[in-house]
Design a protein around this ligand. Structure first.
Ligand SMILES: [Fe+2]
Length: 410
């Protein structure tokens, strides 16, 4: 039997705000969990009476109830508060309150436990009952239950228990769906009151790991670049997107973390947010990322321009204050360059605003614009190309799809 966490990591929802609380009141004794869909695309199922059923999407809320002494998890998938899908023309008028369910999904379970982070886990016993406000009632996965029984995974008793629980669910929840709705609404009211009073989000191990890492999520990094571009528009935004794409592709083929590489590539020039500066964009980026709590991204803002760790080799104007220059010099000295530093240095030297460039063309272009290009730096960039081509076992331009890739802000 499958173990499923109530924060629904199998669905990829573990990053949404998730609450888990024990409730003891007249109307409910048991565990109540709530997931808020702060974003994400809408997904639909289809049922005969209700038609297209929304199950996920921005603004929706899932309430999951595990009543004491019963072998079920009741999941109510609510529309965004105060709304329901206009397509649902048969949606019952009597349901028009604040909390409007799109669908109920009830899992028959063997039992429940907690994982090492305290997230509730249920042991799924195959059988499910699905019902809608419009009156659809469907028993799902009966064949899976039968198969598990035939294969000896479930004893006769466990099998009979599952069927008996299914019958009770039909009788207790599906015979009067309006009454079930009113009851669920009451429990949700209590849950919402608890959250409003300060009940904390229950963090899973994935969320805790995310908080510990030194760079933002992909989505957050994209937002940061968009916002910075509004403040200082220019080709640097698309240059950064090309660098992110290249970093992701190369990392994926080099045994490195592709997501981390993408984010670091995207943010390496984030210092441009503060205006048109040369060396200044390095210290601006470093300070900005440090202030947001992203030390790995801060480090890349600093190291991407110095493949020799040599401040003097910077191609461009030295337009920093003494304090900024010292910051760059000191931090650079402290840093031992790693493969992510090297990767972004390489990507910076092949990324144009229109797409991927030949490394020689790009360096010549920079040389033309600034009048000079440190020869050691030139050679070091070519060495980086060799280094990553060996790691990948393939041609650099092929790996990053130089011919076809075009950056886009979407
Ligand atoms: Fe750059």
């Amino acid at each position: 039997m499958k173990h499923k966490r109530l924060n629904r990591d199998g669905w990829g929802f573990q990053y949404y705000p998730y609450y888990q609380m024990r409730i003891d009141c007249e109307c409910f004794h048991g565990l109540a969990c709530l997931i808020r869909f702060t974003d994400g695309e809408a997904n639909y199922w289809a049922t005969p009476k209700a038609g297209r059923i929304q199950v996920t999407g921005e603004g929706m809320t899932w309430l999951e109830l595990i009543p004491d002494h019963e072998k079920r998890v009741i999941t109510i998938k609510y529309f965004p508060d105060g709304t329901h899908d206009e397509e649902r023309t048969n949606y019952p008028k009597s349901f028009c309150t604040k909390y409007r369910p799109s669908i109920w999904y009830v899992d028959v379970i063997e039992g429940m436990e907690y994982d090492e982070d305290g997230i509730a886990v249920f042991i799924d016993k195959y059988l499910d009952v699905i019902f809608t406000p419009e009156g659809d009632v469907k028993i799902d996965d009966r064949s899976e239950l039968d198969q598990a029984h035939d294969a000896g995974e479930l004893s006769d008793e466990q099998y009979a228990d599952a069927l008996a629980e299914c019958d009770r669910i039909l009788k207790e929840l599906c015979s009067d769906i309006a009454k079930t709705n009113a009851w669920c609404g009451k429990v949700r009211e209590i849950v919402e009151e608890r959250i409003a009073a300060g009940e904390g989000i229950k963090k899973s191990r994935e969320v805790l790991a995310l908080e510990k890492r030194g760079y933002p999520t992909r989505q957050k990094a994209q937002e940061l670049v968009r916002e910075a571009e509004e403040r200082n528009p220019g080709p640097w935004g698309d240059h950064s997107r090309t660098a992110a794409h290249c970093a992701e592709q190369i990392a994926a083929r080099s045994g490195m973390d592709a997501e981390k590489a993408y984010v670091l590539g995207l943010l390496h020039d984030i210092g441009r947010r503060f205006g048109k500066r040369h060396l200044g964009h390095v210290s601006d980026g470093y300070s900005y990322m440090t202030s947001l709590g992203y030390p790995d991204a801060a480090r890349i803002c600093l190291t991407h321009s110095f493949n020799q760790k040599k401040l003097e080799a910077y191609v461009g104007n030295f337009d920093t204050t003494e304090e900024e220059t010292n910051l760059i010099r000191t931090k650079l000295q402290e840093t031992e360059l790693d493969d992510y530093d090297r990767l972004i240095q390489l990507c910076d030297s092949i990324s144009g605003a229109e797409g991927v460039m030949d490394i020689i063309d790009r360096m010549s272009d920079v040389k033309r614009r600034y009048g000079d290009y440190d020869q050691e730096k030139w050679d070091a960039n070519l060495a980086l190309k060799d280094y990553f081509e060996k790691k990948m076992g393939m041609d650099l331009y092929e790996a990053v799809d130089k011919e076809h890739f075009r950056p886009s802000a979407k």
